[in-house]
Write a protein that binds this ligand. Structure first.
Ligand SMILES: CC(=O)N[C@H]1[C@@H](OP(=O)(O)OP(=O)(O)OC[C@H]2O[C@@H](n3ccc(=O)[nH]c3=O)[C@H](O)[C@@H]2O)O[C@H](CO)[C@@H](O)[C@@H]1O
Ligand SMILES: C=C(OP(=O)(O)O)C(=O)O
Length: 446
């Protein structure tokens, strides 16, 4: 389809200022949390991305009125009519994102049953939902699976429980939070994920009336309450998008000021960025990222759960590492198949070799299994334009970075996927001086 293709003329440093708004990995979950309340909620700093539109549609189908507030990027979510909603069209939402799995707890509390259509999200591994279903069963839910999706019932009020996650999964931790807040009694969750977006979701729930204590050792204790109200919350900024622009500045020898980027949630990324040789400066409104000239340094990197190096930062950084001098090692420990995007980079002139072994210092869940989850990046490489097909969200943005860093023109197919998590990325690219154009047929159709 021509209107999903972008021509990128590379070789020009990205320079200028852009703004990031609320985090893709928080905003849709805060929207789901509104379902738990008996009063309207107000969410601010909401980005215009497809994952928000998908959840908005799903909430509306479930009887939540969602309308813009007075501020730009503000949503008012009113859950007064959930009990009378007609969800006959829910199948149309199958495959749209991963967020529907988080509707389980709120719907079970409100209605006593829930239907969850097939999930979407990036194809970067198998992405099972076994932890989610196990914890829901521990709360007392009954789960039936069929080809269309999941059907859950709560024969009685869900009850608090002791849960230990096999791995600190972000989604499963959110599942526990969104279920435990209205369950009867206390829930103790150990080996919880503690990503900044989870902490922000806890802030949302506390504003609604929940009682949630965070320990220092991945333990979260939730004391169930009988009723929750609404919230008024400004979503934390998107640290993943901010890091993507930082990598774009580094790979293109550019200089980008990211309004809204915040140091606190990016500390691990900033340390790595500095080790590679990138420069940055933090002020009250955002962070400036730039290539200071000279050579970039090869590094050894392992992705991990927070406070480790976030897996969603990995793909854009790998593009920058193709420009570093020497051998970089990247060990992806969160998803088993998140390095496949590198084969297209090799076709553009990069030298990236994948391995099944755990090449970092720590053996991970994927060692001794048949997954190419480690990479050796040898640089610096002169990249040239290529024909690129976007495989997933971060891989897609990484291809844009590579195309912008390369000499010559690249044709990037499937750019619409990037709208899932990057607000107005075309406008932002143009504001930074990128030379990008839609092919003629598509441009004349607009
Ligand atoms: C919408 C959203 O917030 N997406 C983020 C979320 O995804 P998501 O919440 O899906 O990621 P998880 O933290 O749950 O997944 C981490 C690992 O746990 C495994 N797992 C997870 C659940 C389960 O039931 N069984 C299981 O085996 C996964 O296959 C993966 O290997 O956290 C990831 C890790 O920070 C990020 O990359 C995603 O951007
Ligand atoms: C993996 C990602 O998202 P999702 O979980 O929505 O697929 C991502 O944001 O990079």
């Amino acid at each position: 389809m021509t209107d999903d293709v972008l021509l990128v003329h590379g070789g020009t440093p990205l320079e200028g200022e852009i703004r990031v708004r609320g985090a893709k990995n928080l905003v849709p979950k805060a929207m789901v949390a509104a379902l738990l309340g008996h009063e309207p909620s107000r969410l601010r700093n909401v980005p215009d991305i497809r994952d928000v539109k998908v959840v908005r549609g799903l909430l509306q189908l479930h009887g939540v009125t969602v309308r813009p507030g007075e501020e730009h990027g503000e949503l008012i979510l009113d859950p007064s009519h959930v009990e009378s909603a007609n969800v006959a069209d829910i199948d149309a939402h199958a495959g749209s994102s991963r967020i529907p799995i988080l509707f389980c707890g709120p719907l079970l509390h409100r209605l006593g049953h829930a239907f969850i259509p097939g999930l979407g999200g990036c194809h970067i591994g198998d992405r099972p939902v076994d932890f989610h279903l196990d914890v829901l069963r521990q709360f007392g839910a009954v789960v039936d699976k069929n080809a269309e999706g999941l059907y859950l019932t709560a024969p009685q009020r869900l009850r608090g429980t002791k849960i230990r996650l096999p791995y600190p999964s972000v989604g499963a931790t959110e599942q526990v939070l969104l279920t435990a807040v209205l369950a009867e009694g206390v829930t103790e969750l150990t080996n919880a994920a503690i990503e900044p977006e989870i902490v922000d979701l806890i802030c949302v729930l506390q504003k609604m009336g929940a009682i949630i204590a965070m320990g220092t050792d991945r333990t979260i204790v939730i004391t169930g309450v009988d009723r929750l109200g609404g919230y008024n919350h400004r979503a934390l900024p998107d640290r993943l998008e901010s890091a993507s622009w930082a990598c774009a500045a580094l790979a293109t020898h550019g200089n980008i000021y990211v309004h809204g980027a915040r140091q606190l949630e990016m500390m691990t990324f900033l340390n790595t960025f500095r080790k590679v040789g990138g420069a940055f400066e933090v002020d009250d409104e955002g962070i400036r990222f730039w290539h200071p000239g000279g050579e970039l340094n090869a590094i050894a990197l392992e992705t991990d759960v927070h406070p480790g190096f976030q897996t969603d930062w990995q793909q854009p950084l790998v593009v920058a590492l193709t420009q570093a001098t020497g051998l970089s090692i990247v060990h992806e420990t969160v998803y088993e198949s998140r390095l496949g995007f590198t084969s297209a980079l090799n076709q553009m002139g990069a030298h990236i070799q994948l391995y099944r072994e755990c090449l970092g210092g720590t053996p991970c869940r994927f060692g001794r299994r048949n997954f190419q989850h480690s990479a050796v990046v040898s640089g610096p490489s002169k990249l040239h334009g290529g024909e690129l097909i976007i495989p997933d969200l971060r891989g897609g943005f990484s291809y844009l970075i590579a195309a912008l860093a390369a000499q010559g023109t690249s044709t990037v197919h499937g750019i619409d996927l990037i709208n899932r998590g990057y607000e107005n990325f075309m406008e932002k690219l143009r504001a930074l001086g990128a030379s990008v154009e839609l092919p003629k047929a598509a441009a004349s159709a607009v």
